[in-house]
Design a protein around this ligand. Structure first.
Ligand SMILES: Nc1nc2c(ncn2[C@@H]2O[C@H](COP(=O)(O)OP(=O)(O)OP(=O)(O)O)[C@@H](O)[C@H]2O)c(=O)[nH]1
Ligand SMILES: [Mg+2]
Length: 331
């Protein structure tokens, strides 16, 4: 069989406008970006939510002012804000979770966070499998998980290893060194190195992952991110007036640590990494790696259950509705 010759078109066709078309679709639809915060109790998760949203949430946590002490988080709390930049709409949701680690038995402390992540995958799959699919599904899948490490610990504790192993199977995990203002520069450097070594020793793969599609720029950028990891973060809801400039920070005996100063901590680098340089990749990797593996597993189980049902039907039992099958799998 002879192969078809490939015609070469020399005239300008204009398909390069596709990027403009895609941009217009994006503008219309907007983006959903969802982050979950997980880690030991008292490590500053709720404070970081308030730092990200610039202290607008004081009231939603039952407090009148940022000076009142924060309560321990006892349930999953998603907070959403729509941000618009150059007519691109970003629906940013940050999910706060109850902390763990202060009980003698922390068995299953990861369950609420993992369940939340899987529930969002299941909700997405359910809508995808509807006979009449929606044109665009409201994406509540979790695109990034910020995992808080205790600066007072010598490195990864057994509980961190256990939780991180489970989380990295279902979501893009970004580890952070919590309350970094309680460490000296030397301690931070040593801590970061130890965490990197231990992550590799325990084969815990945190985000970003190397991809065959990476070009030189991606490789350089990801190497810089890997170097910073775990990001040393400081959260604060307090604003100080320093020489006429309002800064968000924490007061110490020796001065004020400025949350937004890249020389004081990595908060700005973390925000830029998630919302500026890797926003789209985090969304894409969630869909292609984490959601895809959830979807494959679920569909395989549905197929197996269906087969078992067909067999049961032969013995006179009615078929089980799809929703019941999916609920059974989630349980
Ligand atoms: N020094 C320092 N203290 C912090 C930082 N972030 C939060 N804190 C303080 O740590 C305490 C606990 O903060 P939370 O934000 O409630 O901690 P959490 O992780 O949400 O705790 P749970 O809700 O119990 O899981 C509060 O007194 C905060 O002001 C930080 O970056 N540095
Ligand atoms: Mg909290």
């Amino acid at each position: 069989m002879s192969s078809q010759p490939t015609a070469v078109i020399h005239d300008y066709v204009g398909f390069d406008t596709v990027s403009k078309q895609m941009e217009r679709k994006f503008l219309k639809r907007g983006l959903n970006f969802n982050i979950i915060l997980v880690g030991e109790s008292g490590m500053g998760k709720t404070t970081l939510v308030n730092t990200i949203f610039s202290g607008h949430l004081v009231d939603s946590h039952g407090r009148k002012t940022a000076q009142e002490p924060l309560r321990k988080t006892t349930e999953i709390v998603p907070t959403t804000q729509v941000i618009e930049e150059n007519s691109i709409r970003l629906r940013l949701t940050v999910v706060d979770t109850p902390g763990f680690g202060d009980q003698t038995n922390n068995e299953g402390c990861w369950t609420p966070a993992i369940k939340y992540i899987k529930d969002q995958h299941a909700a997405y799959l359910e809508r995808e499998l509807k006979p009449q699919r929606e044109r665009s599904i409201n994406d509540t899948r979790v695109h990034a998980c910020i995992y808080f490490l205790n600066p007072g610990s010598k490195g990864l504790r057994p509980i961190d290893i256990e939780v991180l192993k489970r989380l990295t199977e279902v979501v893009n995990v970004i580890p952070v060194l919590a309350k970094a203002d309680s460490t000296t520069i030397e301690e931070r450097i040593a801590y970061k190195k130890r965490i990197k070594d231990e992550l590799s020793q325990h084969r815990i793969q945190v985000y970003p992952y190397a991809s065959e599609e990476d070009d030189e720029d991606d490789i350089t950028l990801n190497a810089a991110i890997k170097e910073l990891c775990p990001f040393a973060v400081v959260g604060s809801e307090n604003v100080f007036n320093v020489d006429g400039n309002l800064i968000r920070g924490r007061q110490h005996n020796w001065g004020i640590i400025n949350v937004d100063n890249e020389e004081h901590c990595d908060f700005v680098q973390l925000r830029n990494f998630m919302l500026r340089t890797h926003l789209y990749d985090l969304i894409e990797v969630t869909a292609q790696r984490h959601y895809e593996s959830f979807r494959t597993q679920q569909l395989r189980q549905i197929k197996e259950l269906r087969a078992a049902q067909a067999q049961a039907q032969n013995t006179g039992h009615p078929p089980m509705p799809m929703q019941t099958i999916m609920n059974k799998q989630q349980a």
